[in-house]
Design a binder for this molecule. Structure first.
Ligand SMILES: [Zn+2]
Length: 315
């Protein structure tokens, strides 16, 4: 246990967020829309503003370290941004050094999926485990891996891009440019697309009726399934089966004690759990069939908590 405070930041294409973290608990949190047009200099000022907000009343000296979770692939050895598709103008930006200079203390830069698995491992659903995989299923599919009681980083700190292995020879084009990635099939975006297609085919059913006034997204299929709509239930079952296929691959690769699922689609975890586990029991090799998938405990705080906690452990 520690009395020390740490600041965690999350750099997203839509939102920038900050949290004051102590012992893995978020004490204060603030967010604003990312100033995409302003580029990195404007966004660094946003982080300063957010930091002032969440640490108001604290002496500057009580904050030991700052950590940031950013979209990957990000070279966390050099701390320099390579390329973030949602944030133009950041290529070559020395994120770690700039952050460190801005706050005059050591800074840690981490891929968002790696920060999230650290948060869940130390303070969430993965506490006490030696081997775990965290998978976030939202706009994309991302995550991170803990093996042998250590965070897996890989070359240049870019390991654990769990959404980008191919699960079929043909399929939708992925955000990464390849075809048939786990992400391209199973992300919330893909579920939303299937839900819109279903609405078009059956205009008189739940999704079809809703589509007359609303753009159908993945969450509408979740709502429909909760209402007992057969088409929505079929979409959610299909989503669960795709997740089961991807998770089975990850279980074989990393031999985790558990898979932790987070992200927006995990809000429907209760609806999907049985079908996810049925696929794992069907497809996994014998010693892996009983591996459990559990929902994340920290929600959308896991990247912030992970980044702040990692920064503290590095300082
Ligand atoms: Zn991909």
């Amino acid at each position: 246990m520690t009395e020390e405070y740490s600041l965690g930041f999350d750099l997203g294409g839509t939102q920038v967020r900050a949290a004051l973290v102590q012992n893995g608990a978020v004490l204060q949190r603030a967010a604003m829309l990312t100033d995409v047009a302003g580029g990195p200099d404007a966004v660094m000022q946003q982080f300063k503003t957010l930091a002032d907000k969440v640490s108001r009343g604290l002496g500057q000296s009580s904050i030991k370290s700052v950590g940031i979770a950013a979209p990957g692939p990000l070279d966390t050895v050099s701390g320099v941004v390579d390329h973030i598709p949602t944030l133009p103008g950041w290529d070559g930006f020395a994120l770690r050094d700039k952050l460190s200079a801005l706050f005059d203390r050591p800074a840690t830069v981490e891929n968002d999926g790696v920060a999230a698995v650290y948060g869940e491992w130390k303070h969430g659903a993965g506490r006490g485990l030696e081997h775990l995989v965290y998978v976030t299923v939202s706009t994309g599919v991302g995550g991170g891996v803990v093996v042998d009681g250590r965070l897996m980083h890989g070359r240049r700190g870019m390991g654990g891009h769990v959404g980008h292995f191919r699960i079929a020879p043909d399929g939708p084009i992925c955000s990464c440019g390849a075809v048939g990635c786990f992400e391209a099939f199973a992300a919330g975006t893909a579920l939303g697309k299937r839900a819109r297609a279903a609405a078009e085919v059956h205009p008189q059913e739940y999704l079809g009726r809703l589509s007359q006034t609303t753009r159908i997204e993945s969450r509408h299929a979740v709502d429909g399934a909760r209402e007992g709509d057969p088409q929505s239930l079929a979409l959610i079952r299909e989503e669960a089966e795709l997740l089961g296929v991807g998770f089975t691959g990850l279980i074989h690769l990393y031999s985790p004690q558990k898979i932790i699922m987070g992200g927006g689609v995990a809000k429907a975890f209760d609806l999907m759990s049985d079908d996810i586990h049925a696929i794992i029991r069907r497809d996994a090799m014998a010693p892996f069939k009983a591996i459990e998938v559990v929902p994340a405990a920290l929600g959308d705080n896991c990247g912030l908590v992970g980044a702040a906690s990692l920064a503290l452990s590095n300082s």
